[in-house]
Design a binder for this molecule. Sequence first.
Ligand code: COA
Length: 196
Amino acid sequence: MTGTGHEPGVVIRDAGDGDLEAVLAIYAHHLLTGLASFEEEPPDLAEIARRRDAVVALGLPYLVAARAGVVSGFAYAGPFRPRPAYRNTVENSVYVAPDAAGSGLGRLLLGALVERCSAAGYRQMVAVIGDSQNEASIALHAAMGFRHIGVLSSTGFKFGRWVDTVLMQRSLGQGDTTLPGSHSKDRAGQKKEGRD
Ligand SMILES: CC(C)(COP(=O)(O)OP(=O)(O)OC[C@H]1O[C@@H](n2cnc3c(N)ncnc32)[C@H](O)[C@@H]1OP(=O)(O)O)[C@@H](O)C(=O)NCCC(=O)NCCS
């Protein structure tokens, strides 16, 4: 899968084992310096691999953006909540390396994620965004067709302050205009992955 945004030479593809060190470095940077993730200690590489494998095992996408061969961003979709009636809804995550920010990778990653989840039959995508001042993430999601649902006030406490959670949502495919089909992998009863 090759991106077509305003950044030439960017490839969006499924994350391989060899990409996970770069994924971890990008994620660790953001969780140690920002409020997008409510995780506080970086996981190790084995844990990142376990999380990627769990996403892939559900038939969901775990993608990286490679710019001139260097992995500079990643995005994935996981179950929104574990109860079976949520089976048509996914939650997304997207992170871009600081030296690649603002060059269109977020847009390419999120666009590919929407495309893949729509094709797999999912009907809603929810973004659970740490920090109501996370302008980049809120603007990226708005640019990708997500609407602002609301703010859960002071649901986090990180770096010595209360942090809000912003909920944004978009329909996938036919949304709620038709009844759902079945997904390639039935995830009823699957354990929910820990979210950011
Ligand atoms: C949010 C994030 C993924 C955006 O990725 P990116 O590659 O920098 O975004 P893009 O260059 O594709 O920009 C897409 C749109 O987002 C908006 N945007 C991006 N950065 C922005 C910023 N700093 N301030 C305001 N808007 C911004 C713009 O509307 C842009 O549209 P444009 O291309 O028409 O100008 C990136 O900033 C990031 O990794 N942030 C830290 C982690 C995070 O918050 N992840 C989201 C968790 S839910």
